[in-house]
Design a protein around this ligand. Structure first.
Ligand SMILES: [Zn+2]
Length: 470
């Protein structure tokens, strides 16, 4: 049996057994300890052995157990006994360090159960290793704090808060819930939070309260998408309230034509128009609801917050009392969120981002089965290849002319400076020393390219989920 079958040079392989499922490998550390860990004396004597079973990376589809023949020693000087330290072993887990690392990486793309099965450990162990692995990642991977931040809702088993970088179209954090405390805690610990300029959000009061408290400088903006969709919901309410007065055949017709109702007027074709006119003639309330929906969308053609507010008030006055019940949600939302809604007209920051986030939300339900929230969060934030990096290199600087001369400029400057200081003391009082030329220091590649990580790229996430890579 070759000694390197394990590719662990710190161990000698003594014996090797296999069966259908497992490899059992007896090993011994190559190097014996040379000094006492208590008093550093080199005077040691053997004091027995014990066998420890340590799990290692699965090989050839089999689980691997290393039976380490661990030697015990006694120190002749301080009389204390100790076991030799085992290289490459994560003693907390009774597994090799490389196995722990492998489990962490695998757990981002596979279920805990399948890993536990392959390694021959419990799901509990996989979860514990994974948690440690994610904690390590969090220490080493730092996402840039967005200047334009999005806070929205995403459904992963239950509703969660999702924090996005709007300018870069990336996700930087997933929060376990949408509570004010959770969001405030996250913002509070965010490095550079004082540089956040805008926060775009859906109309969820805990988000707003948390932002006002922790990042009061940030302008809160409610995205157009979250506002206008309420007009569609109002129209749907009117349509549904009509159903009772319809025959089954008419009901089916209206169900069929609801897509026409939800279309924008400018997108209607001739057939749609005919349909819509028919419904409006027979059911004026439906016609009115359609008009209100269209006019509500048209508020977003306004060029300023003032114009938008005026258009809104005009719109509000035009709601007929018979269908007012269907539009109370909009009126309430506008009442409570007027400023953030109107901020959009000065800072329409969110268009492309909202669209891609909605696409992500649509494919998200393909994830989820068999995973905890923590695992899903890690999958999304830390999956391999998902991060959007930008290399921020310093500006190209032209080499100073002097550098190309044989003599470095600093030398000549030093000579001048010396003769200046050795001159008379009067000159020293009235003259300033000549300005010191900046030496040209070629920057090493390491210093020159500072890589910034903007988080998990939303379009990459969508592609990976669609291809089943996540
Ligand atoms: Zn000792």
């Amino acid at each position: 049996m070759p000694a390197n079958i394990l590719n662990l040079s710190a161990y000698d392989v003594l014996r090797f057994e296999e069966n259908e499922h497992d490899y059992h490998i007896d090993v011994e550390a190559v190097e014996a300890p040379t000094s006492c860990p208590h008093c550093q004396s080199g005077s040691l004597v053997g004091f027995g052995r014990r066998e420890q079973m340590i799990k290692d990376l699965p090989m050839h589809g089999r689980r691997v157990g290393l039976y380490i023949n661990t030697r015990r020693f006694r120190c002749r000087i301080c009389t204390k006994t100790f076991y030799e330290a085992l290289p490459e072993v994560d003693e907390k887990r009774l597994m090799t360090k490389r196995l722990a690392k492998w489990i962490g990486k695998q757990a981002i793309k596979r279920t805990f159960a399948s890993i536990a099965e392959e390694v021959g450990c419990t799901e509990f162990t996989v979860r514990a290793v994974f948690n440690d692995y994610v904690n390590e990642l969090e220490k080493t991977i730092r996402f840039e704090t967005p200047k334009w931040m999005g806070i929205d809702e995403i459904h992963l088993i239950k509703p969660r808060g999702v924090i996005a970088n709007i300018q870069n179209n990336t996700i930087v954090e997933l929060l376990p819930n949408r509570d004010k405390e959770t969001v405030a805690h996250f913002l509070h610990h965010l490095e550079g939070k004082e540089r956040i300029q805008y926060v775009a959000m859906d109309m969820w009061t805990p988000y707003r309260d948390a932002c006002r408290e922790v990042i009061p400088q940030a302008v809160i903006v409610v995205d157009k998408f979250h506002v206008v969709r309420m007009a569609n919901e109002s129209l749907e309410r009117v349509r549904k309230s009509l159903r009772k007065s319809l025959t089954p055949k008419q009901r089916r017709g209206l169900m069929h034509d609801r897509f026409v109702l939800l279309k924008r007027e400018r997108d209607l074709n001739d057939e749609d128009r005919l349909n819509l006119d028919g419904w409006a003639k027979n059911y004026p309330e439906l016609g009115e609801a359609y008009r209100l929906k269209e006019q509500f969308f048209a508020i977003y053609d306004a060029g300023s917050p003032n114009e938008a507010q005026a258009k809104y008030l005009q719109w509000q006055k035009s709601i007929p009392p018979e269908i007012a019940h269907a539009f109370t949600d909009i009126e309430r939302a506008w009442g409570n969120w007027a400023m953030p809604i109107l901020n959009y007209f000065n800072h329409p920051v969110t268009n492309a981002y909202t669209e891609s986030l909605n696409s992500l939300i649509r494919v998200m339900n393909r994830l989820g089965r068999g995973y905890s929230f923590e695992a899903l969060r890690a999958k999304i934030l830390f999956a391999k290849g998902v991060h959007k990096h930008k290399l921020s290199r310093p500006k190209f600087e032209r080499k100073p002319v002097n550098k190309r001369q044989a003599e470095p400029v600093t030398h000549g400057w030093a000579e001048n400076f010396k003769s200046f200081w050795t001159g008379n003391s009067f000159a020293r009082m009235v003259l300033k020393p000549p300005p010191r030329p900046k030496p040209y220091i070629p920057k090493s590649t390491e210093n020159a390219e500072q890589e910034k990580n903007y988080g998990a790229d939303i379009s990459t996430l969508i592609r990976m989920i669609e291809n089943g890579q996540l």
